[in-house]
Design a binder for this molecule. Structure first.
Ligand code: MLC
Ligand code: AMP
Length: 503
């Protein structure tokens, strides 16, 4: 027996004294030191009685220790459940309850709020702060730097990532060891990552992009990462001459293009810029090449599937497309019944392969609705494949807003708004935004004769939902446009308000 994920990504570097993490203060953490820390954390999890398969819910700031906690979960056979640092206690309560997490690791600042939630659900709380302090590392410090890796199979669960649903209830996407490992290995090959690479890592580590794409690819290739707490333009400009590669959401690239320091010279040492998680405008692609001489490599992925397609490393990187299916991934364009359409037609994108998740935790009906018996996953994205095999994403069949790479499901916000006094109904839409790509707009219909208090509504939203989901503005209208079936026509609203935040 073995543990494919731990052995393949982490254990393979045992004893190496080469850099793994390069911090912005100049500190270097070698693979050996990193693995020592993760083994210490694994020992803590064993001592407090966690069993393989237990879920560990983690809401902490990005730090080397937070990443070591991910490695520790892999080594101890635990299911890692990273959570956005912006989530409110309301949101966290649901994730903890739904996942049945046995351990919650949070910042000391959240401990008081989460302890009653944990107590109610029988979970234990440990703290881990941005500077690596807290009860988790206090205990880890006294532990040995070796840990007997727990045997797991490739089909065993490695992580849960929560993704919101159209009904407003989040679903825990169950990712297996093989899902993560196979995708990392494919991307290393496709994007030519080697031990010589130095990746600028400025993404959060609670989502697929920063955790599985950036980190797992670096680990699988034995590369090092310039590990930044968050996106920081100055730090990126400073790091670039020492880096070879960067992965980012489109906002990273538009922000860099707004910076005069970002020049061809500055990027001369770089070999690869990857973009994903949201559409990269063709004009950004073109502008980027004009400025730097580099063609951004755009790829397409999802929480449930990791990466599905990529523009080619060597061939033409075609602006406005997400490239071709990765080796081992099948991608087809279908009608609503799952019947493949003629080449070139627009339809729903479905994918199948070793990257595709196992289903939604404790939601068999949702799993059945999105994962076909034949293994194809219905992505909810609309696309077409051109005559040269490039996939174009042309829209979404799901009511989803992507703001700065974060997914926001309107239903979740509508439920809060609809609950407020004086509100008859609401429609939440995404409208173009120069920095975040899309941003949230709330359209409200007041109850007869009432004037809704929009400040009170925003306060209610603040109480229950993460900051990035808050509507940037609320507008009050007489009525919502509906089709003959009575369904709200959000496309009409989107057209009407598309210029609201244009630069
Ligand atoms: C921050 N804010 C956001 C926001 N990020 N609001 C909407 N959308 C976002 N994405 C809020 C802040 O709380 C702040 O609130 C205000 O907006 C301005 O903040 P900022 O300082 O300008 O933002 P910054 O901290 O620089 O963050 C922006 C960002 C960040 C784009 C760098 O959001 C980010 O790192 N995004 C990456 C998300 C990601 O990793 N997605 C991958 C998902 S995986 P206030 O109160 O100050 O006004 C996936 C699969 C795949 O999709 O294919 O990869
Ligand atoms: P998430 O659920 O956070 O993993 O987000 C996945 C969704 O992000 C996909 O279903 C797409 O709608 C979108 N997405 C990811 N990459 C791209 C891309 N390169 N272009 C357009 N949309 C993308």
């Amino acid at each position: 027996m073995a543990n494919p994920l731990y052995d393949g990504l982490f254990g393979v570097h045992a004893g190496k004294t080469t850099p793994f993490l390069r911090l912005v203060d100049g500190q270097i953490i070698t693979h050996q030191d990193f693995l020592g820390t993760s083994a210490q954390i694994a020992n803590v999890t064993a001592q407090i009685g966690l069993q393989p398969g237990d879920r560990v819910a983690v809401q902490v700031q990005k730090s080397p220790e937070a990443l070591a906690l991910y490695a520790a979960c892999a080594q101890a056979g635990l299911v890692f459940l990273p959570l956005n640092t912006a989530y409110t206690v309301d949101e966290l309560t649901y994730f903890i309850e739904n996942s049945g997490a046995a351990l919650i690791v949070c910042d000391a600042a959240s401990e008081a709020k989460l302890t009653p939630v944990a107590a109610q659900l029988g979970a234990r709380v440990e703290t881990l702060n941005a500077d690596g302090s807290g009860t988790l590392m206090d205990q880890a410090a006294a532990m040995p730097t070796g840990f007997a890796t727990v045997d797991r199979g490739g089909d065993d669960l490695a992580a849960f990532l929560y993704t919101s649903g159209t009904t407003g209830r989040s679903k825990g996407a169950m990712l297996t060891q093989d899902n993560l490992l196979s995708n990392a290995r494919t991307l290393v090959q496709e994007w030519r990552f080697t031990e010589r690479d130095v990746l600028i890592h400025a993404l959060p580590i609670f989502h697929t992009h920063g955790l599985f794409v950036a980190t797992n690819v670096s680990l699988a290739a034995g590369s090092s990462m310039i590990f930044m707490p968050k996106f920081d333009q100055d730090a990126i400009v400073q790091a670039m001459p020492n880096a070879t590669s960067m992965m980012g959401v489109p906002t990273f690239y538009t922000r860099l293009l707004d910076d005069d320091r970002f020049t061809r010279d500055l990027t001369a040492h770089m070999r690869l810029f990857v973009s994903g998680s949201a559409p990269l405008l063709a004009e950004t692609h073109v502008q980027f090449e004009e400025r730097t001489g580099h063609r951004i490599l755009e790829r397409y992925g999802m929480t449930e599937t990791n990466m599905n397609t990529s523009n080619p490393y060597d061939g033409e990187r075609r602006a406005g497309t997400v490239g071709m299916p990765l080796p081992g991934v099948e991608l087809r364009i279908c009608d609503a019944d799952g019947t493949p359409l003629e080449q070139g037609e627009i339809g729903e994108i479905e994918v199948r392969g070793p990257n595709v998740f196992k289903g939604y935790w404790k939601m068999p009906e949702k799993t059945a609705a999105e994962l076909r018996d034949n293994g194809f996953f219905i992505t909810g994205d609309l696309g077409r494949i051109d005559e040269d095999g490039y996939v174009h994403i042309v829209g979404r069949n799901k009511d989803l807003i992507i703001s700065g790479g974060y997914n926001i499901y309107p239903k979740e916000i509508e439920l809060v708004l609809d609950d407020q006094p004086g509100v008859l109904e609401s429609a939440v839409i995404g409208v173009p935004h120069p920095d975040f790509g899309e941003t949230v707009l709330g359209v409200i219909v007041a109850e007869n004769g009432k004037t809704p208090d929009t400040d009170a509504m925003m306060e209610a939203v603040r109480q229950s939902l993460a900051r990035f989901k808050h509507p940037r503005q609320l507008v009050v209208v007489e009525e919502l446009p509906r089709n003959t079936m009575g369904k709200v026509q959000k496309n009409i609203l989107r057209d009407e308000y598309r210029g609201l935040f244009a630069s």
